[in-house]
Design a protein around this ligand. Structure first.
Ligand code: SAH
Ligand code: SF4
Ligand code: F3S
Length: 460
C-alpha cells in the first residue's frame, strides 16, 4: 500500500477558526490524507489565519514565512493559507507578492471548495511554470452559504464545537469580523439539534455552540427561531453532557434566554458578556447599541436569576478618544459586575473599519499603563472570588495533562473555572469524564484541587 500523504493545519484566532480547521482536516482525510504530527513531517501545511488584531496577523504572516525553509527542503510540499486574514484582498495580495512559496490562498466562504482548490493546485504544480491558486471571493458576490454534512475531524473525543451561525451584522466600528466573515446567517434549527444529538449519543460531554453573536441565532431563518428556543430544545436531549455557548452580544441577550439557562439541566450558569467599554460616549462611537446602564441592568438581571453565574467579558483599552474619565468608567463597571474573568485587548486599528480613521488615536504608552491598572483590578477581584471556592467541591470535566506541569492534570468546572490537580492513575482514567473536585487553593486565573486519590502517585 502506498503511504498516505500527511497534512498539518496551524490555527490562529477564535474557536470559530478552530472549528473550521476541524472541517478542513475532515475534508483532507476524505481526500486521502492523514494527520501529520508536525509541519516538518507534512506533505501539506495549511495556515488558518486570524485578522482581529494586528498582532494576530503578524504572527500568522511570520509563521507562514518560516515555512519557506520547509519548502526549500521539500519542493513538493503544498503550502496553503486560509482564514480571516486571507479573506482581505490586501493581505491576499501581500502573500501573492511577498510569499512566492505559498501555493494556495482561499477565503472564509470557500471552505467547502477546499478539496477542489487543492486538486487545482496539484494540476498547476505539474505545469512547467509552477502556478499558484488564489481564490478569495468577496462576501458581496459569494455570501457564503454553508454546506451541511461536511466531514469533521474533531480534535477531542469528549469536547466538541458546533457552529450555529456564521458572520456578523453588528459592524462595531473597530472590528474586522463582519468584513471577513460576511453577514449573519444561521444554520437550520433541526441541523443543529441533529448534530448535537449525534455528539451526545457518541459520548461527547461538553458541546460549545459557536457564533459571533449566538443570541441573534435564528433571526434570519424562516420561520424565525430564537436562541432561547434552540437552547431549550438542546437541553431536553438525554445524556451526560453540558452545553456552552460563545459569544453573546449584550444587545441580543433576551429575558427568555436567561430564564432557559437558569432553569436548564445541561447549561452551566456561565455567560461571556463582552462589555468593551464602560463609557457611554465610547460605546456609542464603538456602535455597540447598548449603554453602560442597560449593560449593568442586564448583568444585574443575570445575577438575580442566577446568583452563582460565572460572568466573563472582553474589554478594549485605548479605543480612539478614550479619556482617563472614560477608562475609569470601564474600571467602575468591572468593580460593579465583579467578573470571574476579563479578556482585555489593546485597541488595534484595522484597515477598512471606521474607527481606524477616527481622530485621537491613543498613544501606546497610555494604553499599556491603562492595561496594567485594569489587570491589577481584575486580578484582585478574581482572586477574591476564587478564594471563596476553597473547600468547595466542583463538578468538573477532566481535560488531560496540564500543559505546564506533567505532574498535574487539568479540568474545567461546569461553571468554567480552570482547575489543576495532582496526576494519579485514577485521575488519568477520568480524562473525558465529569468528576467532583475539592478545591484546596486559589490563584487569580486557576484553582488547585485535591487529587482523585487512588493511593498511587505516578510521579514516583
Ligand atoms: N463577536 C464577539 C467578538 C469577536 S472578536 C463579540 O462581539 O463579543 C473578540 C474580541 O476581540 C472582541 O470582543 C473585542 O474585545 C476584541 N477586538 C475586536 N476587534 C478589536 C480591535 N480592532 N482591537 C482590539 N481588540 C479587538
Ligand atoms: Fe465584531 Fe462587534 Fe460583530 Fe463581535 S459583534 S464580531 S465585536 S462586529
Ligand atoms: Fe480572528 Fe476571524 Fe475569529 S478575525 S477572532 S479568526 S472570526
Amino acid at each position: 500500500m502506498p503511504k498516505k500523504p500527511l497534512a498539518f493545519i496551524e490555527t490562529y484566532g477564535c474557536q470559530q477558526n478552530e472549528a473550521d480547521s476541524e472541517t478542513l482536516m475532515g475534508l483532507l482525510l476524505a481526500e486521502g490524507y492523514e494527520k501529520a504530527p508536525s509541519p516538518e513531517d507534512a506533505d501539506l501545511v495549511l495556515v488558518n489565519t486570524c485578522a482581529v488584531r494586528e498582532h494576530a496577523e503578524l504572527k500568522a504572516l511570520s509563521n507562514t514565512g518560516k515555512f519557506k525553509k520547509l519548502k526549500e527542503q521539500n519542493p513538493d510540499l503544498i503550502l496553503a493559507v486560509c482564514g480571516c486574514m486571507a479573506q482581505q484582498e490586501t493581505r491576499a495580495n501581500e502573500i501573492r507578492n511577498r510569499y512566492p512559496f505559498v501555493d494556495l490562498v482561499f477565503g472564509t466562504n470557500l471552505i467547502s471548495r477546499f478539496p477542489e482548490l487543492l486538486r487545482e493546485v496539484k494540476r498547476a504544480k505539474l505545469r512547467p511554470r509552477n502556478r499558484r491558486v488564489f481564490c478569495v471571493e468577496d462576501y458581496e458576490t459569494n455570501p457564503g452559504t454553508f454546506t451541511e454534512g461536511l466531514p469533521v475531524a474533531r480534535e477531542s473525543a469528549f469536547s466538541a464545537w458546533v457552529s450555529i451561525m456564521y458572520g456578523c451584522n453588528n459592524f462595531c466600528t473597530y472590528c474586522i469580523v463582519p468584513y471577513v466573515r460576511g453577514r449573519e446567517r444561521s444554520r437550520a434549527f433541526d441541523a443543529v439539534v441533529d448534530e448535537v444529538r449525534d455528539l451526545v449519543d457518541r459520548g461527547y460531554k461538553e458541546i460549545t455552540l459557536l457564533g459571533q453573536n449566538v443570541n441573534a441565532y435564528g433571526k434570519t431563518l424562516a420561520p424565525k427561531r430564537s436562541f432561547a428556543e434552540l437552547l431549550a430544545a438542546l437541553d431536553t436531549l438525554d445524556g451526560d453532557y453540558i452545553l456552552r455557548f460563545m459569544t453573546s452580544h449584550p444587545k441580543d441577550m433576551s429575558r427568555e434566554t436567561i430564564d432557559v439557562i437558569a432553569n436548564s439541566k445541561h447549561i452551566p450558569h456561565q455567560i461571556h458578556l463582552p462589555l468593551q467599554s464602560g463609557s457611554d460616549e465610547i460605546l456609542k462611537r464603538m456602535h455597540r447599541i447598548y449603554d453602560a446602564s442597560s449593560y449593568q441592568a442586564l448583568a444585574d438581571a443575570i445575577r438575580a436569576a442566577m446568583p452563582d453565574c460565572t460572568l466573563s467579558t472582553d474589554i478594549i483599552i485605548g479605543f480612539p478618544g478614550e479619556s482617563e474619565e472614560d477608562f475609569r468608567k470601564t474600571l467602575q463597571m468591572i468593580s460593579h459586575v465583579r467578573y470571574d474573568n476579563v479578556f482585555a485587548f489593546l485597541y488595534s486599528p484595522r484597515g477598512g473599519t471606521p474607527a481606524a480613521g477616527y481622530p485621537d488615536q491613543i498613544p501606546h504608552k497610555v494604553m499599556t499603563e491603562r492595561m496594567e491598572r485594569l489587570l491589577a483590578l481584575c486580578h484582585t477581584i478574581s482572586l477574591k472570588k476564587n478564594a471563596s471556592l476553597v473547600g468547595k467541591t466542583l463538578d468538573s470535566l477532566v481535560e488531560g495533562e496540564s500543559k505546564t506541569d506533567a505532574q498535574m492534570l487539568t479540568a474545567r468546572s461546569k461553571s468554567g473555572k480552570l482547575i489543576h490537580f495532582p496526576k494519579t492513575a485514577q485521575g488519568v482514567a477520568a480524562i473525558g469524564t465529569f468528576v467532583p473536585l475539592t478545591i484546596s487553593a486559589a490563584h487569580a486565573t486557576t484553582l488547585i484541587a485535591d487529587a482523585i486519590d487512588d493511593g498511587k502517585d505516578l510521579s514516583l
